[in-house]
Design a protein around this ligand. Structure first.
Ligand SMILES: NC(=O)c1ccc[n+]([C@@H]2O[C@H](COP(=O)([O-])OP(=O)(O)OC[C@H]3O[C@@H](n4cnc5c(N)ncnc54)[C@H](O)[C@@H]3O)[C@@H](O)[C@H]2O)c1
Length: 263
């Protein structure tokens, strides 16, 4: 569909799933999509946090509903997508695979269980949900899948062995799916944020004896010399979800304040 010149980023009447939207970047994306007119499913394993996002959206007259889903569970993912399709006459226009977890360590300090956990949440969750929504998107010959990768999906990140592997795999999955499903009109992209001020990063800071010193180290590789705000990552997701990005697929869009420019 050609972009609407009156409101080019409108998601009016679109049905969107955003995983991990009880917090941080996912919550910002869910709120941004709802403000753009989408019906948003807040798919989150933390019921309290997910309900908070739904409440904030509905207070702003947006359309959102909560789905308590652990993306690690294939059966929960497929039951959830069945519900979305049933409630929307077979339609799901946008899937944002945002739920993710981190881990600090080199190969020597990363246990098999750590590696498997990151693989399960950061990759398999996106795999289960993409497999579940794709047939409906292909049938309508339209749809946008957006995966949250990271600058660690493009460059090696120190002491983030498991995380770097998982995010490189997210970029690879995005490109593979874009090539396979481009002919059907379904677009698949990923976003590679630089460090973003979310509970994910705040929890990491609290682990250090001198959080301010660690914050300085975190900020240093970014040309803009600050962290991103979740809303700045949500703006990229809105572009990729909207018809304005109709010719964009298979991209790994860096929204990183210049982090990778200096690598
Ligand atoms: N914050 C950053 O600096 C940064 C940078 C680059 C990429 N990212 C990526 O962006 C995404 C969001 O990061 P964030 O900083 O907003 O994280 P966050 O920890 O603030 O939020 C992640 C959300 O995902 C949910 N979640 C975790 N496991 C889940 C599961 N199994 N099923 C369902 N939900 C689950 C959590 O409950 C939480 O609400 C992640 O994929 C992360 O790797 C973050």
């Amino acid at each position: 569909m050609p972009p609407n010149p009156q409101n080019p980023f409108s998601l009016h009447e679109k049905v969107a799933i955003v995983t991990g939207s009880g917090s941080g970047i996912g919550a910002a994306i869910a709120e941004c999509f709802a403000a753009a007119g989408a019906k948003v499913y807040v798919a989150e394993c933390n019921e309290v946090h997910g309900a908070d996002t739904v409440r904030r959206i509905t207070e702003q007259d947006g359309n959102a509903s909560l789905a308590v889903v652990d993306v690690v569970s294939e059966s929960e993912c497929s039951a959830f997508v069945r519900r979305v399709l049933l409630e929307n006459a077979g339609r799901c226009d946008i899937l944002v695979n945002n739920a993710g977890v981190g881990h600090v360590g080199t190969i020597l300090s990363t246990e098999t269980a750590d590696l498997e956990r990151l693989w399960q949440v950061n990759l398999r969750g996106a795999y289960f949900l993409s497999r579940a929504v794709l047939p409906a998107m292909i049938e309508r010959r339209a749809g946008s899948i957006i995966n949250l990768a990271s600058v660690a999906g493009i460059t090696g990140m120190e002491s983030r062995f498991a995380y770097t592997i998982s995010k490189h795999a997210v970029v690879g999955m995005t490109r593979a799916m874009a090539m396979d499903h481009g002919p059907t009109g379904v677009r698949i992209n990923c976003i590679c944020p630089g460090r973003t001020q979310t509970p994910f990063v705040e929890a990491r800071l609290r682990e250090y004896a001198d959080p301010q010193e660690y914050l300085k180290q975190m900020v240093a590789p970014h040309a803009l010399k600050r962290l991103a705000q979740p809303s700045e990552i949500a703006a990229a997701a809105l572009y990729l979800a909207s018809d304005q990005s109709a010719f964009v697929t298979g991209s790994a869009m860096v929204v990183d304040g210049g982090y990778t420019a200096g690598k």
